[in-house]
Design a protein around this ligand. Structure first.
Ligand code: C2E
Ligand code: CA
Ligand code: CA
Ligand code: CA
Length: 277
């Protein structure tokens, strides 16, 4: 192996080049996709303890001309690295708020809230607050129905500044959910200062909640913590009746997951709503 070290290096080097080339190609396609409207939102219902649909989380997908539907894991990290997450996230927010404004005029849908994922990079952009308020103005959406899902990684930035921005948005009626809760590295003392109204139990705890005693303890602790702080606790990634039952019995407030519905295109989601009303 030592003798061929140099060849290995060249081989490795060309592998790196392949990866770099693929990234550059994806970057060009991503920018093109945004300018030519290739992104869509899917809607996943969120239900209360009586299984009533109380809202949706919007999840972005890339409808690629030749590669079909691409999931966010394949493009969000790159979009974050090249800053494209800012216009992409703004597009998602604007599209979601436009939908909110439409539903507000429909009596059987006017109660729905919409949760939009906001990347930490997007939130930390200097004009984020102004951009959100501009979207609310442009679309006419009710800010009280808008929920922004942020993650604990937001605490890596200047916490005072983050809280200030959140409070400004909150004064307009916008609320916050802490996504993927329990997977981050945040200290509880910071956490309790964040003006969030909801905790989302990460899917990784829900998955094995019935079989892994540690995950069961985590899930129950998050629910108790949320209760103590006066927050709504939502479980994500609920796939079975048994998982829902366990979380329900331990006083979880709201649920989301394939057990209720996968994320759906708009038409299918509206049909789902009509059938579950
Ligand atoms: P997330 O915010 O934690 O979203 C939940 C993910 O779990 C979604 O994956 C959803 O499709 C999936 N999921 C929901 N229920 C279940 C279930 O019962 N079982 C399993 N196995 N999975 C379930 P998706 O749509 O692939 O999104 C992945 C991540 O991409 C999201 O994780 C979020 O972090 C990010 N993302 C999605 N849309 C946006 C967006 O508009 N902006 C930003 N910044 N990030 C987004
Ligand atoms: Ca989320
Ligand atoms: Ca999540
Ligand atoms: Ca996640």
């Amino acid at each position: 192996a030592k003798a061929s070290g140099r060849n290995n290096f060249q081989f490795f080097d060309s592998k790196i080049q392949d990866v770099v080339n693929a990234h550059v190609a994806l970057e060009i396609e991503l920018r093109h996709g945004l300018s030519s409207d290739e992104f869509v939102l899917h809607f996943q219902p969120q239900v209360d303890r009586e299984n009533r649909v109380i809202g949706v989380e919007v999840l972005i997908r890339w409808q690629h001309a030749t590669r079909g539907l691409i999931l966010p894991a394949e493009f969000i990290p790159l979009a974050e690295n090249i800053g494209l997450i800012i216009p992409l996230g703004l597009w998602a927010l604007e599209t979601a708020c436009a939908q909110l404004a439409v539903w507000e005029k429909q009596p059987e849908r006017s109660h729905l809230t919409i949760a939009v994922n906001v990347s930490t990079i997007q939130f930390c952009a200097v004009n984020f607050v102004e951009q959100v308020i501009a979207v609310i103005d442009r679309t006419g959406a009710d800010p009280h129905k808008l929920k922004l899902e942020i993650t604990e990684s937001i605490l890596l930035d200047n916490v005072e500044n983050i809280i200030k921005k959140m409070l400004t948005l909150q004064s307009y009626g916008i609320s916050f959910a802490l996504d993927d809760f329990g997977t981050g590295y945040s200290s509880l003392s910071y956490l309790k200062r964040l003006p969030v109204s909801q905790l989302k139990i990460d899917r990784s705890f829900v998955r094995d909640v019935l079989t892994d005693p540690n995950d069961a303890i985590f899930a129950r602790t998050i629910i108790t913590l949320g209760q103590c702080l006066g927050l709504v606790v939502m479980a994500e990634g609920v796939e079975t009746e048994e998982q829902r039952q366990f979380l329900f019995e331990h006083d979880c407030n709201a649920f989301q997951g394939y057990f209720f519905s996968r994320p759906l295109p708009l038409i299918d989601f509206e049909q789902f709503l009509d059938q579950n009303n």
